[in-house]
Each structure stands twice: as structure tokens, then as C-alpha cells.
Design a protein around this ligand. Structure first.
Ligand SMILES: [Zn+2]
Length: 281
């Protein structure tokens, strides 16, 4: 990995583990500060499929940050401040149906928020550390994910012979504990597909900055209420994730190349002409 020092910028952001960018030839490590404090780690900026990409290790390099302690605002703001407009967000999830076993790749089209106490907006009417007060904004979340990003992720997975599940509902729980069997059965009974800990408020905050956001969920285990499963263990999750990192990287890198250079999706109009105050607005 070569570290170099020219002015950093990127158009695509990837929020995920360090296994994703570790093999890139040239990566600039960029420290970014935000009005909300520093992001989970430095951003790692490099080139993938002819596109400038910034990677954020969601949990920090040493995986020291549990999901409920991540500063999601700082991560999204930092990406946006480098110029990022489209975000791909891989995450590990539990399958809520027997057919969604370990190794399943699912590109959700909905989420349900079961988190508590997480800061989930940039527009809370409070002054920023620099004294400015962002306007209150209510963004639409009817369709929380970018249609163009979802298409790219699905096509990339199919191209890598990894038949993806197109659509489904991601339940986001507070964690860091896993679900009880009763909670898990309740999620399944509601028709929801997979359960994770990081998809909210990440998707909301991306929308609030007018960013495209696409969640790419890798099933690492059956959740506790699914008959096929014995209940989740951390060791199981880490093992499946480690075994799929190469494959996931291939899919994400292909997807990056398939993202449209000019955005024609609804995400870019999420703010209805309001500005974030960031450069380029
Ligand atoms: Zn979009």
C-alpha cells in the first residue's frame, strides 16, 4: 500500500471493513474532522474501476467500535466532505428465514428501525460547534435505498455468480446483543428478511445529505428464532464474514464500476433545494 499526499477527493463511498481496501495498490490515508467529531477512522481513498472511492472502516481499524457507539453522522459527513455522492454499505446480518442461510447475499429495499437512543438526524435544530444552525428538514424515507445503487449491486453479484436476493426488509436492532428467540420469531412473523445492527441511522443520514445509499447485506448466520439455527454466536458471524470477504469485495468493486457517473435517481433531490453547507452544494 503506497500512501501519497495529493488533495484527496472521492465520488463513491464504501462503509465497511478494512478487508475491502487492503489490497488496493495506491491508497491515501486521509484524516477528516467533522462538526460531529472524527469519523470511525481515517478515510482510505483509492481508485476502483476508474472511480475515486473513499473507504471508511465502520467499526474502526481494530473493530473497537460497537454498532451503538459508531458516530454515523461523522462517517457520512466525512464522506460527503470529500465529494462522495454515492455510498455502498456492506453489512453482516442474520437470516430470518430458513432459506436465508450463511453466505446469502441480500440487497434490501426496506428497513425497520428497532434501535434506540441513536442520533439519527443532522437537522435537529441545535447549533453546530461553529455556531451555525442547520434548518429542520424532513426527508422522505418511503424508499430508503438508491434504485441505481441497488441495480448495480444486484447485477454485480449475478456477474460474480452469487445469486442475490433482490429486495427484503432489514430489521436494525440496537445491539450489541443478538435477538432473543421471541424477538426473532416476531421479526419473521412480520415478513421481515434479515436483521443487523448498523443500517440505521446510516441510511437516514445519507439521505439527509442527498447521498445515494445502497445496503448490501451478507447473511452470516440464522437468527435465533429460525428453526434451522441454534442461535447466533459471535464466532460464527466472524467466520462466515471472513470467508466471504474476497467475494464481497469482488461484488462491491464491480458494483462501483456500474454506478452511473451522473445521478438521475430520486436520492439527489432528497433535500429539495436545501443545502448542507458543504462545499459543492
Ligand atoms: Zn440514488
Amino acid at each position: 500500500m503506497t500512501v501519497h499526499q495529493e488533495e484527496p477527493w472521492a465520488e463513491v463511498g464504501v462503509i465497511g471493513g478494512s478487508g475491502l481496501y487492503a489490497l488496493l495498490d495506491e491508497v491515501a490515508e486521509v484524516r477528516v474532522d467533522t462538526p460531529y467529531g472524527p469519523p470511525s477512522d481515517a478515510l482510505f481513498v483509492g481508485e476502483v474501476a476508474g472511480r475515486r472511492v473513499a473507504f471508511v472502516p465502520r467499526h474502526g481499524r481494530g473493530h473497537g467500535l460497537p454498532p451503538h457507539r459508531i458516530d454515523y453522522r461523522a462517517n457520512l459527513w466525512a464522506l460527503r466532505s470529500l465529494g462522495v455522492r454515492q455510498v455502498l454499505a456492506p453489512c453482516a446480518v442474520g437470516g430470518l428465514r430458513p432459506e436465508y442461510g450463511p453466505g446469502t447475499l441480500l440487497v434490501p429495499d426496506q428497513f425497520v428501525d428497532r434501535t434506540s437512543g441513536r442520533v439519527q438526524t443532522f437537522y435537529d435544530g441545535l447549533p453546530l460547534p461553529d455556531g451555525s444552525v442547520p434548518e429542520v428538514v424532513h426527508v422522505s424515507m418511503a424508499d430508503p435505498y438508491c434504485p441505481a445503487g441497488r441495480r448495480a449491486a444486484l447485477e454485480a453479484a449475478r456477474g460474480a455468480a452469487w445469486d442475490p436476493v433482490d429486495g427484503g426488509t432489514l430489521v436494525v436492532i440496537e445491539g450489541p446483543r443478538f435477538s432473543t428467540r421471541a424477538e426473532s420469531r416476531w421479526f419473521t412473523a412480520n415478513g421481515w428478511s434479515v436483521v443487523g445492527m448498523t443500517g440505521h441511522p446510516e441510511a437516514v443520514l445519507a439521505r439527509e445529505l442527498g447521498l445515494c445509499y445502497t445496503s448490501v447485506a451478507l447473511v452470516t448466520d440464522h437468527d435465533a428464532g429460525v428453526e434451522a439455527g441454534e442461535g447466533v454466536t459471535q464466532a460464527e458471524v466472524l467466520k462466515v464474514f471472513a470467508g466471504s470477504v474476497d467475494r464481497l469485495r469482488t461484488v462491491l468493486f464491480k458494483a462501483i464500476g456500474m454506478l452511473p457517473a451522473d445521478r438521475a435517481c430520486v436520492c439527489s433531490h432528497a433535500l429539495n433545494g436545501l443545502t448542507t453547507g458543504l462545499p459543492g452544494d
